[in-house]
Design a protein around this ligand. Structure first.
Ligand SMILES: *[C@@H]1O[C@H](CO)[C@@H](O)[C@H](O)[C@H]1NC(C)=O
Ligand SMILES: *[C@@H]1O[C@H](CO)[C@@H](O)[C@H](O)[C@H]1NC(C)=O
Ligand SMILES: *[C@@H]1O[C@H](CO)[C@@H](O)[C@H](O)[C@H]1NC(C)=O
Ligand SMILES: *[C@@H]1O[C@H](CO)[C@@H](O)[C@H](O)[C@H]1NC(C)=O
Ligand SMILES: *[C@@H]1O[C@H](CO)[C@@H](O)[C@H](O)[C@H]1NC(C)=O
Ligand SMILES: *[C@@H]1O[C@H](CO)[C@@H](O)[C@H](O)[C@H]1NC(C)=O
Ligand SMILES: *[C@@H]1O[C@H](CO)[C@@H](O)[C@H](O)[C@H]1NC(C)=O
Length: 915
C-alpha cells in the first residue's frame, strides 16, 4: 500500500546536457567566484555560453599541478569549464587558496569530471580537504559524469584552502571550483556547516537537465528526480512561480514542476538510512500549488517524520513558495518523511523540490594566519605566513600548499612543527638543503621564531649571513654550508657555537669569514642590541610571549619617546585622590552592590555624570592569619600594588561598547578604587529572576543582551592582544545601561585577585561562581578562552529559562544544564523558555539559542564554539525573532513564507507550533 521512495547516497550529476536557451535577463553574479581548473591561454577568462557564468583560470590560486585536456570526443557535449582539468601527479597534498568575504555564507562546490584526460581509463579515488579537515572522499566512477562535492559554510577568515590529497588510489585532479554567496538568513544551522546529500527537482520534465544559474540565482544544481509511482504536474508555460517572495529563492523552473502520487490516496515518502546513527541531517522541502483550484477543490496534507506529526496541515499557496525545513538536525540512522493527504482534502499531496544535507564541522579548519595585523602581538601567528613568503621568495618548487603544519600527516616536506594540541602549531625545523635556492637569505626566516633547526646547505645563496639569525633563540642547528655567502658570520652566532649551544656549519662558502676577528670591523654596534637572556629549557610559547612582550614594550617606548605623557597611569584626568573619592561618593553614602573584590558605591563626578566606585578590599587571609608576619602581609600588599597598576593600565586600554569602561582610579596606600561608568539598570541577574523585579525582559531584549555580552567577550578574546580570559562570566557581571545595553564588568580583575581555584580564602566567591566553572578547566587547570565560553553558555541558559545557574530545592541542588537536558528529553520548548516569557517568542529562535547554549557547555572545550561563532549564531536568533515581530506588525511586505519548524531528534514527539 505504502509507496516508498528509496534513494542512495547520490552525488553524481550529468553535466552533459545543457540548456541551449541563452538568458540575457539577469546577470547578477556579484560575489561569484568561478574557477576553471587547468584552463590555459588564450581563454583564461571567458563567459561560459550555456550558463553565462564568467570563469577564470586557476593559475593565481594554486601552485603546482599540470593542466590537462579531457579527450576531444567528450568535450562537445559538456559545459566549457569541463574541457580542462588540473591534475596533481606530484606531492601528497596540493591546495587552492581562494580569497573570500569572511563571515558570509557561501555555497562552495568542487567538480571533478574525468573525461579520460590521462588516456588511462582508470578512475582515481582521492580525498578532498577543506582547510585541514576532510571534506569528502572523491570517487570517480564515470568518464563523462562529474563527481560534485558541495558545502554551505561561513568562512571566518578572508581566505580558504581547498586541498586534494593523494591517498594512493590514483592521481587527484579537479575540474572546477565555485563559490556562491548566499543570504545570511538561509540554511542556518545551530552548529556546523552543511554538506550536500541530495538536491532534487521533483517532477522535472526535462530529462537529464540540471537546472543551475541563471535559472537559480544562487547557482544551486537541481537534479531531476523521477519516481515511477508519482505523476508529474507541470505549470502551464504562461505562468511562473513567484520564487522571489521567499528568501530561499528556489529556481522558478524547479518549482514549476511537482510530483504527486499516482494512486491518489497514497502518501509520498522519502526514506533513507545512514549507517552511522550520529550523522546529523537537515531537510528543506519546497511546496507550491501549481493548479488553479476550483471552489469545491482543496489540497491539504500533513508531513510526518518517522511516524510522528512533523508539520501541518499545509495548504500550499498558489504560485508562492513555502519552505518547510528542520532548523535542528535529525539523527538516529533511519529517516522517513511522509506527506499524507488530509481526509477532507479533495486532491492528493504534492512536493516540488527537496534538499537534504548532512552536518559537517569545519570549526578547526582555519588556522590562525596573522590576519589582523596591528603589528604588535601577531608574531605568534606569523609562522604560517612566513613560510609562504619564504616559499614565494625562493620559488620553492616542492609541493607546498595549504597549511604547512596541519593535518600532521601532511606536513610539508622539509618541515617539522611543534604541536602541543592547543596552540596553532609552529614551525620548528626547516630543511631547504639542495633546493636550488638563489639570492640572499630571506628576512622572512626571522618570523619563524621558534625555529630550532635550519638547513640551507648546498644552494647558491649569496649576500651576508644576516644578524636576525642570531635572534632565533631556539636555534640549535644552523647549516649554511656550500653556498656563496659573503661578509662575516655575526659574532653572536660564533659565540653560541663556541659555547656549544649552537651547531653551526658555514664551510665551503669561499668568501665568508667565520671568525670573531673580522666580525668586529663590520657590525660591532649592532651587537647585543636586543639580547634576551632566556634559559634554554623554557618552553617555546613562553619564549615567544616574552619576545612579544619585549618587542611590545620596546615599540611602546619608541612610540612614547616623542610625547610628554610618559605613563598613562599618571594621566591627571583619570587619577582621583582619596578625598575626591569621598566627595564623589558623598562619603560612601549609597551602596550599589557588594562583590568579591569589595563594595561598589554610587557617585557623581559632576552634577550630571553618574559613576560606580568600586572600593577594592585586599583579600583577607583566613585560617592561618596569626601565623602571617607583618612583613609577609606587607610584601603581599606590595605585590597587589604592582598588579593593581598593571591591571589599571590594561583596563584603560581596553575599550569596547560592550565592556564597562573605566573612568578613573584612585591609588593611595590601601585606598584603592576603580571608577566605572554607571550602569543604570544594574546587573542582569536581578532582571532575570522575575520575583525581584517586576519588569521582566521579553525575548527580543534578552537576545539583544546575549548578543551584547557575547560581543564583549569576543572582543576580550580576539580583539585584545594578548587575549584576555575573563574567568568570571556570570549574570551578576553583566550590567545593563538605561536602555538595556549590556556590558561585561570585572574583566581583567580576576588576574589581580586570587581566582577561585587557587585561593581558599575568598570562600564567598567560590560559592558564588561555582555553577559557572568550566569542568575541564577545573580538572586540568588549563585556562583558555573556551572556559569563558562555558560560563557564557550557562549565562545563556539562564537568559532563556529565567532560572538560576544552580537551583536549590529543600534537599537537592540542580544545575541548569541538568535541568535543560531533562527538559530537552521532553522536547517541550514552552517549559524550557521560562514562564516569564509567556510563550511570546519565535520558537525557532529559542531552539537555536538552546542548542547554541548547549554547545557552549559541552564538557570538552574542543567541542565548544568560539565567541565569534557564538556572536554570529546569536545574531541569527535575533534576526529570526525580529522577523517574527515584523511579520506580526506589518503584513504588506512579506519577504519570506518559510515556515520553520522544530525537531530535536528522532525519538522526540513533535509538538505543534505555538502560535
Ligand atoms: C577562446 O578564444 C578564442 C580566440 O581568442 C575565441 O575564438 C573563442 O571564442 C574563445 N572561447 C571561449 C569559450 O570564450
Ligand atoms: C588574495 O588576497 C591577498 C591579500 O589581499 C593578495 O595578496 C592575493 O593576491 C589575493 N589572491 C588572489 C588570487 O586574488
Ligand atoms: C552577512 O553577515 C555578515 C556579518 O554579519 C555581514 O558582513 C554581511 O554583510 C551579511 N550579508 C548579507 C547579505 O546580509
Ligand atoms: C525521461 O527518461 C525516461 C527514461 O529514460 C523516459 O521513460 C521518459 O519518457 C523521459 N521523459 C521525457 C519527458 O523525455
Ligand atoms: C534502522 O532500521 C533497521 C531495519 O529497519 C534496523 O535494523 C536498525 O536497527 C534501525 N536503526 C536504528 C538506529 O534505529
Ligand atoms: C479539514 O480537516 C482539518 C482537520 O483535520 C481542519 O483543520 C480543516 O479545517 C478541514 N478543512 C475543511 C475544508 O473542512
Ligand atoms: C504570494 O505572496 C505575495 C507576497 O507575499 C502576496 O502578495 C500574494 O498574495 C501571495 N499569493 C498567494 C496566492 O498567497
Amino acid at each position: 500500500m505504502m509507496e516508498k521512495m528509496m534513494f542512495k547516497h547520490f552525488l553524481f550529476a550529468l553535466l552533459s546536457v545543457f540548456s541551449l536557451i541563452l538568458v540575457h535577463a539577469q546577470d547578477d553574479q556579484s560575489g561569484f567566484i568561478s574557477i576553471d581548473c587547468g584552463r590555459v591561454p588564450p581563454n583564461t577568462s571567458y563567459t561560459e555560453p550555456s550558463t553565462g557564468i564568467k570563469y577564470i583560470s586557476d593559475e593565481l590560486f594554486v601552485d603546482g599541478g599540470v593542466s590537462k585536456s579531457i579527450l576531444p570526443e567528450y568535450k562537445a557535449t559538456l559545459q566549457e569549464q569541463a574541457a580542462y582539468v588540473r591534475s596533481f601527479p606530484e606531492g601528497i597534498r596540493n591546495c587552492y587558496r581562494v580569497n573570500v568575504t569572511k563571515n558570509t555564507r557561501y555555497l562552495i562546490r568542487a567538480t571533478f569530471l574525468y573525461g579520460d584526460y590521462d588516456g588511462l581509463e582508470q578512475f582515481p579515488e582521492f580525498d578532498l580537504h577543506f582547510g585541514v579537515t576532510l571534506w569528502e572522499t572523491v570517487k570517480i566512477e564515470y568518464i563523462t559524469i562529474s563527481a560534485i562535492k558541495e558545502i554551505i559554510h561561513i568562512p571566518t577568515q578572508d581566505k580558504v584552502d581547498v586541498c586534494l590529497v593523494n591517498t594512493g588510489s590514483g592521481t587527484p585532479f579537479i575540474t572546477a571550483l565555485e563559490f556562491r554567496p548566499l543570504l545570511n538568513s538561509t540554511y542556518s544551522t545551530p552548529i556546523g556547516s552543511l554538506l550536500l546529500y541530495l538536491r532534487a527537482d521533483v517532477g522535472s520534465t526535462d530529462n537529464g537537465s540540471v537546472h543551475r544559474y541563471p535559472f537559480d540565482v544562487f547557482d544551486r544544481l537541481w537534479f531531476p528526480y523521477y519516481y515511477e509511482k508519482w505523476t508529474q504536474i507541470q505549470l502551464p508555460a504562461s505562468e511562473k512561480v513567484n520564487s522571489g517572495f521567499n528568501i530561499y529563492q528556489p529556481s522558478p523552473d524547479v518549482m514549476g514542476t511537482a510530483g504527486t502520487p499516482t494512486n491518489e490516496s497514497s502518501p509520498m515518502q522519502f526514506v533513507w538510512t545512514d549507517r552511522d546513527p550520529n550523522t546529523v541531517f537537515y531537510v528543506y522541502m519546497y511546496f507550491s500549488e501549481l493548479q488553479q483550484l476550483e471552489a469545491n477543490e482543496s489540497r491539504a496534507f500533513n508531513i510526518n517524520f518517522n511516524g510522528n506529526h512533523f508539520y501541518g496541515p499545509l495548504v500550499p499557496d498558489h504560485l508562492n513558495v513555502t519552505v518547510i525545513f528542520t532548523p535542528s538536525g535529525l539523527y538516529g540512522g533511519n529517516f522517513t518523511f511522509s506527506i499524507v493527504r488530509l481526509e477532507n482534502s479533495t486532491l492528493p499531496p504534492i512536493i516540488n523540490a527537496i534538499e537534504i544535507y548532512t552536518s559537517v564541522d569545519f570549526l578547526h579548519s582555519e588556522t590562525d594566519q596573522n590576519d589582523e595585523t596591528d603589528g604588535e602581538f601577531d608574531l605568534i601567528f606569523e609562522s604560517a605566513d612566513a613560510i609562504l613568503n619564504i616559499k614565494s621568495s625562493y620559488r620553492v618548487t616542492r609541493n607546498w600548499g595549504g597549511d604547512p603544519c596541519l593535518p600532521t600527516q601532511y606536513i610539508w616536506t622539509g618541515l617539522n612543527c611543534s604541536s602541543d594540541g592547543l596552540d596553532s602549531p609552529r614551525i620548528t625545523s626547516l630543511n631547504l638543503s639542495s633546493s636550488g635556492l638563489t639570492g640572499e637569505i630571506t628576512s622572512h626566516l626571522s618570523k619563524l621564531t621558534v625555529l630550532e633547526s635550519l638547513d640551507l646547505s648546498n644552494n647558491s645563496l649569496t649576500g651576508p649571513v644576516p644578524d636576525f639569525l642570531a635572534q632565533l633563540h631556539n636555534l640549535r642547528i644552523l647549516n649554511l654550508e656550500m653556498n656563496k655567502l659573503t661578509g662575516s658570520v655575526p659574532a653572536e652566532l660564533i659565540e653560541r657555537s663556541q659555547s656549544g649551544s649552537l651547531s653551526l656549519s658555514v664551510g665551503e662558502n669561499p668568501d665568508l669569514c667565520a671568525s670573531v676577528s673580522c666580525e668586529t670591523k663590520t657590525s660591532k654596534k649592532k651587537k647585543s642590541n636586543v639580547a634576551i637572556p632566556i634559559a634554554a629549557s623554557v618552553g617555546g610559547l613562553v619564549i615567544l610571549m616574552l619576545i612579544a612582550v619585549i618587542i611590545y614594550v620596546v615599540l611602546k617606548r619608541q612610540k612614547k619617546a616623542g610625547s610628554d605623557d610618559t605613563d598613562s597611569l599618571d594621566s591627571k584626568k583619570r587619577h582621583f585622590t582619596y578625598s575626591e573619592v569621598i566627595r564623589i561618593t558623598n562619603n560612601f553614602e549609597r551602596i550599589l552592590g557588594k562583590g568579591g573584590f569589595g563594595t561598589v558605591y554610587h557617585g557623581l563626578t559632576d552634577e550630571t555624570t553618574q559613576v560606580a566606585v568600586k572600593m577594592l578590599s585586599l583579600p583577607q587571609v583566613q585560617g592561618n592569619q596569626q601565623s602571617q608576619s607583618e612583613e609577609e602581609q606587607n610584601s603581599m600588599q606590595k605585590l597587589y600594588y604592582v598588579q593593581f597598576q598593571a591591571e589599571v593600565k590594561l583596563l584603560m586600554r581596553v575599550q569596547h561598547a560592550n565592556l564597562t569602561s573605566l573612568v578613573g582610579y584612585c591609588n593611595e596606600g590601601n585606598n584603592k578604587a576603580l571608577i566605572f561608568e554607571f550602569m543604570a539598570n544594574g546587573d542582569l541577574d536581578s532582571h532575570l529572576s522575575g520575583d525581584k523585579n517586576a519588569n521582566v525582559l521579553n525575548w527580543e531584549r534578552r537576545l539583544q543582551i546575549a548578543v551584547d555580552a557575547a560581543q564583549g567577550l569576543e572582543y576580550l578574546h580576539t580583539g585584545c592582544k594578548p587575549p584576555i580570559v575573563h574567568r568570571d562570566v556570570k549574570t551578576t557581571n553583566i550590567l545593563l545601561t538605561e536602555r538595556f545595553q549590556a556590558k561585561i564588568a570585572d574583566f581583567g580583575l580576576s588576574k589581580v585577585f586570587p581566582s577561585d581555584e587557587d585561593a581558599s580564602h575568598v570562600i564567598t566567591r567560590v560559592a558564588g561562581t561555582r555553577g559557572y566553572l568550566d569542568p575541564e578547566y577545573a580538572t586540568t587547570n588549563r585556562l583558555t578562552e573556551k572556559s569563558d565560553v562555558f560560563s557564557f553558555g550557562v549565562v545563556l541558559l539562564e537568559i532563556i529559562t529565567g532560572r538560576p545557574a544552580v537551583s536549590r530545592t529543600h534537599d537537592e541542588r540542580i544545575h541548569i544544564i541538568q535541568w535543560v537536558n531533562s527538559m530537552l528529553a521532553n522536547g517541550d520548548i514552552k517549559s524550557i523558555a521560562g514562564p516569564s516569557l509567556n510563550g511570546d517568542f519565535e520558537t525557532n529562535s529559542v531552539w537555536k539559542a538552546v542548542e547554541l547554549a548547549m554547545a557552549c557547555v559541552s564538557q570538552s572545550s574542543a567541542k565548544r564554539p568560539n565567541m565569534s561563532q557564538v556572536v554570529t549564531e546569536l545574531k541569527n536568533c535575533f534576526e529570526v525573532e525580529i522577523g517574527r515581530r515584523n511579520n506580526n506588525s506589518r503584513m504588506t511586505q512579506s519577504t519570506t513564507d518559510s515556515v520553520e519548524l522544530i525537531s530535536m531528534n528522532v525519538t522526540t514527539e513533535f509538538t505543534p507550533l505555538p502560535r
